[in-house]
Design a protein around this ligand. Sequence first.
Ligand code: C5P
Length: 236
Amino acid sequence: MEKRNELYRGKAKSVYTTDDADRLVLLFRNDTSAFDGKKVEQLDRKGMVNNKFNAFIMQKLEEAGVPTQFDALLSDNECLVKKLDMIPVECVVRNFAAGSLVRRLGLEEGIELKPSTFELFLKNDALGDPFINESHVEAFGWAKPEQLVEMKALSLKVNQVLSALFDAAGLLLVDFKLEFGVFHGQIVLGDEFSPDGCRLWDKETRKKMDKDRFRQGLGDVIESYEEVARRIGVPL
Ligand code: C5P
């Protein structure tokens, strides 16, 4: 497999074509951004930590029957993935109230949500990723109804698998965001799963161990990612 041209440069990852039309290379950079790119910093080791974290989680999800785009780790900062036709919708599952839910509904952070909630956001930087619902997805053709059903079922399955995995490591999976795409007609989990796209709190102390440390200027961002990785057994 040969890495070719940069296809797309996102806020934290770059995507490259390869000599296989069905495969891409993801390069995890040290760039860390929040608030729609208004806060950006370079954090040492972040690309490596997130790449290895993502590889570990995607393999756990595959083992549990969730189809993912992940194929193989290529280097400290790169992995090989399937080339998906991405669906421009972000799926967010929440187990505890935090972030935009707290702001939107005026809740106290940390309230347990039973059952877990499932939310949709349009992936659109210029519009600030607005909150949408299932009828918008259907009306604007962002996904077919049966694809949306599958995305929701897979999101809840991911929640089941990963809540248990983090719980065993003394962590609460507070919420997370997933993106899906289509590969040979099948809905497949795309993008990444890392502490950049989820909230993780220590079960005992509720210390924040995820990107909120960066958003809120709490310090020790990568040290916390590494601590989570160490607790769940990611080889760094
Ligand atoms: O900001 P909000 O509370 O809606 O985020 C919910 C979850 O989705 C958080 O874990 C956050 O890190 C993640 N998220 C993300 N990318 C976005 C929006 C949210 O990874 N564009």
